[in-house]
Every structure is written in structure tokens, then in C-alpha cells.
Write a protein that binds this ligand. Sequence first.
Ligand SMILES: *[C@@H]1O[C@H](CO)[C@@H](O)[C@H](O)[C@H]1NC(C)=O
Ligand SMILES: *[C@@H]1O[C@H](CO)[C@@H](O)[C@H](O)[C@H]1NC(C)=O
Ligand SMILES: *[C@@H]1O[C@H](CO)[C@@H](O)[C@H](O)[C@H]1NC(C)=O
Ligand SMILES: *[C@@H]1O[C@H](CO)[C@@H](O)[C@H](O)[C@H]1NC(C)=O
Ligand SMILES: [Zn+2]
Length: 426
Amino acid sequence: MFVGLVSELPRPASALHLLFFLLTVWDCLFTVSAEFVGEQFSASHVLVHCIPRPEISTGHSIYLNKARLASVRPHQPSMRLLSSLSFLLVVRETYASWLDFGIPPSSETVDVRVFNVANGTVVNAANTLISPILPGRESIAVPIFAFLVEHKRSRFMFDLGFRTDPLNFAPSVASLFTTGVIQLEEPFKGITELLQDGGIPLDSIDAVIWSHSHFDHIGDMSKFPNTTELIIGSETDTQTFPDFPNATLQTSDLAGRQVTKIDFAAANLTFSGLKAIDYFGDGSFYLLNTPGHLPGHMTALARVTPTSFIGLGGDTFHHVGEARPRPSVSEELPLSCASFRGGKDVHIDRLFLQLLAVSDQPNSFYADPVTSQVSLEKIATFDADPDIWVLVAHDMSLRDVIPYYPAYSERLESEQFEGEDSVELC
Ligand SMILES: *[C@@H]1O[C@H](CO)[C@@H](O)[C@H](O)[C@H]1NC(C)=O
Ligand SMILES: *[C@@H]1O[C@H](CO)[C@@H](O)[C@H](O)[C@H]1NC(C)=O
Ligand SMILES: *[C@@H]1O[C@H](CO)[C@@H](O)[C@H](O)[C@H]1NC(C)=O
Ligand SMILES: *[C@@H]1O[C@H](CO)[C@@H](O)[C@H](O)[C@H]1NC(C)=O
Ligand SMILES: [Zn+2]
């Protein structure tokens, strides 16, 4: 794991940056060990938390909100002085900007509208998604978002959520429901019904993009007309049941329509270290290569105003505690830990590191946890930009504040997150 992450790190630009890295690691070890005294905490978690991350080590722009400076300093008095000095020397007082990621300017935009297709609980198996799991927090409740994206020339979906009849998934997936590992609040309407109820005919949906081929993103493609194209990452496993008895997809998921594979080998753009494809060629919607969660996992940047974006983050992370807090994140972002039952509160100002890592358990839903964590680190640099709102598919902290369809999503106003000055450690 360590080797994989280290190979992703940029080299320090100067001795000053090297000093800054060392202080960061030093402080992290203190912070992490202090927060987790007596708790379950694995060595790999410390590694993931304590290596310098690209967004604070490029030396080019340090994505640090000035307002957070006071709260990210180390707690050890001796270190506080040293790191204050290094901050003064190293931090350029710049705020993050989408321009820093090399995203070309454009006035072309798309509209994004969000559906919460279903609420589900992963019962006694939160460790398949996140790490570490503390006692009493073995289950995790999540919403399941799907996104309608409208471009002047095209209308399409980014993910579809669950089908309403989960026992009709391919058998290897249906077993998750018969064994009760995943419980859904029922009844709920599938995305095709939600779209039609909202006055959107299915034959007006030109394409469906799957961030990846997990059951909670693929919906029921057979309900879309054969004119709706399916767009998937080229690495996606397209074996289907019954030809392959334990395939997670089945014939009806792919049959009878054009299936287009996005090959990032041809991509000539890179944002935050992620290969990007300009989907319409006009800067309004970029697909991003974010491997790790599942082969072919893709995310997207939707330009909703000429200077702001929604990052459609798929399953790069499941819980805000994996992306935040970090020095780079602006204060108004949500940090609630609403998806966990019970738990103890930790004040944000005692932490500047994200609380959680992606699960690296043998039964993890993350096919390649190390690559996933690297993709997460890169997505987290977007999260640090006030002009990019990263919306992953299962962010419980947003479930009750998102303006859903028919409302258009640009960016939530910070007032909607007021009162969140502490997070539950989970
Ligand atoms: C999900 O839960 C929220 C909060 O209870 C509720 O408002 C919403 O209607 C639920 N959505 C579905 C699809 O069940
Ligand atoms: C697509 O579906 C229509 C009716 O739903 C059918 O008439 C047509 O033959 C189908 N086209 C293909 C290529 O399968
Ligand atoms: C797939 O099924 C075969 C038997 O049909 C089994 O031996 C194998 O372990 C299964 N693979 C997975 C990944 O479940
Ligand atoms: C990047 O790729 C797109 C097509 O994928 C092409 O239209 C464009 O000209 C390329 N740009 C450069 C600078 O090569
Ligand atoms: Zn998912």
C-alpha cells in the first residue's frame, strides 16, 4: 500500500517544502494517535493519513482556506511554533481555483438535477466501505443518488440507482438482499418512474453513463428504449449472467442498445492528476478516470456555471469523513456523521486530517483499495475548491439538504450547513 501511494507523490520543490512535509507527517502522527487512543486503529490507516498528500505538497498552489489556518496547526506547543513559521513561509495566500487544475475556460454549461432513488442500509458491514469501524457503528445508512444532466444538445443520466426489484438482479447480487446485508427502505420508485413522473419521457434520454457497474448505480436498463445509449468505462467487466454464473451484470443490462466504452488512454487532458475527456468538446462536461473502486470507475465534472462545477464523484468515497476534514477544505462544507448510530463527538479544530480511509478489508466493495485511495486523494483536491461541489453517490451528510429534482443544483449555500462545528468520530 505504502509503495503505491508514494509513487503518486510529487517531489518537494525545495528544502522548505521538505520541511513542510516533515512537519505535516509529524503533526499527523500526534493528531492521529491522540484521537484514536484506545480505539481500533490499524497501521494502514496511519499510513494513509500520515503521508503528505499531493494537494499540500505541490508547492504550486496550496489549497488552504485562510480561515482554517488557525485550526490546522499542531497541538503540541513546540510544533506549533515551528509549523506557524513554515506556514508563513510556504503558504501563498491563494484560494483554490478551478483554473489551478488546468480546466480550460468555457461559457458552455450543463444543468444538473439530483434524485435520491432510495435509502439503504449496509447491515453489519460498514467495513466493506470504510475504515476504521468503531464499536457500535458496524452498520451504515446511505442514500442512493442519480443525476439528470441536460446539455443544449443532449439529455442524459449519470448513474441510475437501484432497480425496484432487487431479487431480479443477477443471482450473485440478489444474494446481498436475501441475506439481508443490504436493506432498502421500501417501497421506492425506480429512476425510470421518477423521470416520467417528472415529465421527462424516457425516449428523451439520449444516454446513461454508469460511473461503474455496481448494482446501486445501474438501475434497470431494460426499461429504457433501445435508443438510449449506455456509456461505460472501458475497463468495466461486461461479463453477464447466465453466460457467466457469478457475473454481477445480466444480459438485459447491456443487450439491445449501443454500448460505448470510454477509453482514457486517448485522453489528452489531466485535472488534479486525473485523466479527463471533454465529453461534448465544448468544456461543459468532462469524464474523469478515477480507477480503483471497480475497474472502469469514472467520475465527472459538470460545469454548471462558466466558473463553477459539480463533481459527480460516483463511489470514490462513501462517507465525508474520508475526504474531510483536511487542511484544504473550506469551512462551510458539511462534516456531519449522520449515517452512524451513536458515537462520540470530536471537535474539528482538533483535527485536520480526514477521519476515514476506504475499506481495505478482504470483503471490501473497493476492488483495489490502494488505487481507490489515490483517486480519492485527487478528488479531494477538487473538494478543496470553493467552485467545485463534489457530490458522491451516497453522501449521507447531504441527503436532507440537497435540492432535489425538479430543482437545479448549482452549489449549496453555506447557510445550509450551519451549526456543524463538530463531527462524530466514526
Ligand atoms: C429517504 O429518507 C429521507 C429522510 O427520511 C426521506 O425524506 C426520503 O423521502 C427518503 N427517500 C426515499 C426514496 O425513500
Ligand atoms: C428498438 O425498439 C423498437 C420498439 O421499441 C423496435 O421496433 C426496434 O426494432 C428496436 N431496434 C433495434 C435495433 O433493436
Ligand atoms: C464463481 O463461481 C465458481 C463456481 O461456479 C466459483 O468456484 C468461484 O469461486 C466463483 N467466483 C467468484 C468470484 O465468486
Ligand atoms: C484532444 O482530444 C480531442 C479528442 O479526443 C481532440 O479533438 C483535440 O484536438 C485534442 N487536443 C489536443 C491538444 O491534442
Ligand atoms: Zn455505490
